[in-house]
Design a protein around this ligand. Structure first.
Ligand code: PGA
Length: 727
């Protein structure tokens, strides 16, 4: 399918777009052709920046053209002839009189995921490619953001303007007063690579801004009769701090081989202090043929031949992984693809040098159509240490935004690796000795806390002032919800049926057993199997009751088929059950069921897996788009049980068997707070109290729990009102 994605006008260039017939094997590419009759295209500002960065100029029949093309199996670019232009399918172009246009077309879909050799992550386990993202840690490597200007901009005047804009953006970024709370070892390093003639301007203008200046290439010779060549020593003695080597455009357009790159690299390393960014990456056809691992390995072995490990350990060599199919094409690798390739690189280094230390020390940037929008998810990956930016580095604003995102992610990584910032201690406020306290909910209407003792079949109520009291249900109870319009009324997911009852008055013995006021039958329970019973659940933000089941046999191990538990919603309007989780997804102990404030996300965890997921939630359909929010670290004992979302969108999870509650940032997966629950075993929690700023925690009897524990939240943290079942 042809997809027209960029249309712009310029003044004096006639430009057209086409599909060249030269690469029939190429399945995914972006092509831009500019041709004008006998004069240079003079494109201005954004047009050039957005499209020219990775395209090669050529002259053909007096025309000047620029095009970029990826994934060619022979690794060479061919000039396009005029007849190819006219022979090729023509997309609809705006052709108004003498005005001209630039068009880029994208063909076909992004390449398939072919990286898998066992460790390819399931897409459902990978962070969504949207801005919210999960996988973090590893900040022992300093992030690095680099801008590769390639053959841009066309004039020194434009370069100076861009340099001044960058200097102005960065001048305050990393002096001692403004390091974003990051140590210099974790504050992202910034380098730009302008074309050679602009290097001295760059060094001068960027002095004091924190941006370092690098050269896009160098030759292997030091001096002598090599017309047009540039020696690394010349660059370094002119103030250049970094040298870029092995960029795919150097390899494909100028025939640089691994051996040649190795020669230059070793020359560079002879000069103390200069750092090399060594680019590697596979082409589209290699990618499509599953050759990623082989290509990476070959490139590393070739380029690093006779290069001592000390240069990698001392950060003299930085790697940039740039899948050729992603360069200048707008096709960014997904975060999981980038992470996988970076893991492959580290594995290859570990093998080559026989040292995990080398593999773990070396910084690896990702490059290929990086934008401010894609940066966060990419850099949140454990092994992605920054970005090598082409097109987006030609705009001071977007390059600065990419840097800002790097700072943000560095801070998240720091937080994720740093000791936890906040620890709280909860107190037992009610020694109820429940066998299995569960499902606490706070009623704003009643100003009371309700919860159940699941196996004893009791429902409890406490207004925080008078002694609590309970109703005995004579059936095991999974969870409860508030009912709308009726004071003190609850909906109860019991083992036998869905019941409703009021909890209006107290009896002298503290036990409400007057069945005159309930419980009443409301609906059959879902999942009519003796092997399951209702477990965790909550009323969703639309007033329906979501109930997850518990597989009685789960302790015997994972089971298949009928013994697995389901996830259901009792529609408040129809009082019918809707199965909201595809039957193909098996789980054993439903837990962590709670909803984002806007009702569009539902959290869920299958306790034995020690993982918490989030789904897109709508009251009219099933759960969709499962994303992993958190995997409990091996160092943390226990497993996720009941959970609740606070008003700031953070997730609070009771860790059963772990004697604690954690507060989790579901965006980053970072545990931001731990609440210690004495030696009791927490099961679930909710926010309550007049200001919803108290966390109430239910516990189970063994070993020493069964009471209600409470902790006042730090300033600013509060819960959301519990929704009511609208039947
Ligand atoms: P791009 O270039 O960001 O324009 O894709 C990256 C590079 O070639 O380094």
């Amino acid at each position: 399918m042809l997809l027209l994605f960029l249309v712009a006008s310029t003044n004096n260039v006639h430009v057209t777009a086409f599909t060249p017939s030269i690469t029939s094997s190429t399945r995914s590419r972006v092509v831009v052709l500019h041709h004008c009759d006998g004069h240079e295209p003079t494109l201005t500002g954004r047009d050039r920046r957005s499209r020219f960065d990775s395209y090669a100029p050529f002259t053909d029949d007096g025309r000047v053209g620029f095009y970029g093309e990826i994934g060619r199996s022979d690794g060479r670019i061919q000039p396009c002839h005029h007849d190819e232009v006219s022979a090729a399918p023509q997309p609809q172009l705006p052709t108004s009189g003498s005005s001209s246009s630039v068009t880029a077309i994208t063909l076909a879909a992004p390449p398939p995921k072919r990286y898998g050799i066992g460790s390819w992550k399931k897409s459902s386990d990978s962070p969504s490619s949207s801005s919210s993202t999960t996988t973090l840690p590893a900040l022992h490597r300093r992030p690095i953001v680099a801008g590769n200007w390639k053959l841009n901009p066309s004039t020194r005047g434009e370069a100076i303007t861009l340099l001044k804009l960058l200097a102005a953006n960065f001048i305050n970024h990393r002096n001692d007063n403004n390091n974003y709370g990051l140590a210099s070892s974790t504050l992202p390093e910034v380098v730009i690579f302008p074309p050679l003639p602009y290097l001295s301007d760059a060094i001068q203008i960027l002095a004091g801004s924190g941006i370092q200046v690098g050269a896009q290439t160098a030759g292997p010779n030091e001096k002598g009769a090599y017309t047009g060549e540039i020696a690394p020593s010349m660059l370094v003695s002119s103030g250049v701090s970094h040298i870029l080597l092995g960029h795919s455009e150097r390899r494909t357009l100028f025939g640089e081989t691994n051996e040649y790159i190795n020669m230059v690299l070793r020359k560079c390393l002879d000069i103390p202090s200069v750092k090399v960014i060594l680019c590697i990456g596979e082409s589209l056809s290699e990618y499509e043929n599953g050759l990623l691992e082989t290509v990476i390995d070959e490139q590393l072995r070739g380029c690093l031949a006779n290069v001592d490990a000390k240069y990698l350990l001392s950060d003299r060599i930085i790697l940039a992984y740039e899948p050729v199919w992603a360069i200048g094409t707008g096709l960014t690798a997904t975060p999981s693809q980038a992470q996988y390739a970076h893991e492959v690189i580290r594995a290859s280094l570990a093998k080559y040098y026989g040292s995990e230390e080398v593999a773990s020390a070396v910084r690896i940037q990702y490059g290929g159509s990086v934008t401010p929008e894609s940066m966060e998810a990419l850099m949140s990956e454990r092994d992605v240490d920054g970005a090598l930016v082409g097109g987006a580095s030609l705009n001071a604003d977007s390059f600065t935004r990419i840097f800002d995102v790097a700072v943000l992610v560095a801070n998240k990584k720091k937080q994720a690796t740093a000791p936890l910032p906040r620890e709280l201690v909860a107190m037992e406020v009610l020694p109820t000795k429940n066998a299995l306290g569960e499902s606490p909910i706070w009623s704003d209407r009643d100003q009371a806390l309700y919860w159940v003792s699941a196996t004893e079949g009791e429902v409890w109520r406490w207004n925080l002032i008078d002694p609590p009291y309970r109703r005995v249900m004579n059936t095991a109870v999974g969870c409860i919800g508030l009912r709308s319009r009726i004071d003190h009324a609850l909906v109860i997911a019991a083992e036998s049926a869905i019941l409703t009852t009021t909890m209006a008055s107290s009896a002298a013995n503290g036990i409400l057993s007057d069945f005159a006021s309930g419980p009443r039958f409301l609906a059959h329970r879902p999942d009519h199997m003796s092997t399951t019973r209702p477990n965790d659940g909550r009323v969703d933000r639309y007033g329906n009751f979501v109930v997850g089941m518990y597989n009685q046999y789960h302790r015997a191990g994972a089971t298949e088929g009928a013994n697995n538990a389901g996830l259901y919603r009792l529609n408040a309007r129809t009082l019918r059950w809707e199965m909201i989780l595809d039957e193909t997804y098996k789980f054993r102990v439903s837990n962590c069921i709670c909803f984002s404030g806007d009702g569009t996300k539902m959290y869920f965890g299958d306790t034995p897996t020690r993982k918490v997921y989030v789904f897109d939630y709508s009251p009219d359909g099933p759960l969709r788009n499962r994303r992993l929010v958190w995997t409990m670290p091996p160092s943390m004992s226990g497993a996720p049980d009941g959970a609740q979302v606070d008003a700031g969108g953070k997730l609070w999870i009771a860790i059963t068997g772990g004697r604690k509650v954690v507060q989790l940032d579901p965006g980053s997966g970072v545990v931001e707070c731990i609440v210690h629950v004495g030696d009791a075993n927490p099961t679930s929690l909710t926010f309550g109290g007049r200001d919803l700023d108290e966390l109430f925690i239910t516990t189970r009897a063994s070993p020493n729990g069964g009471g209600i524990w409470r902790v006042k939240m730090p300033y600013g943290v509060r819960g959301l009102p519990e929704p009511e079942f609208q039947a």
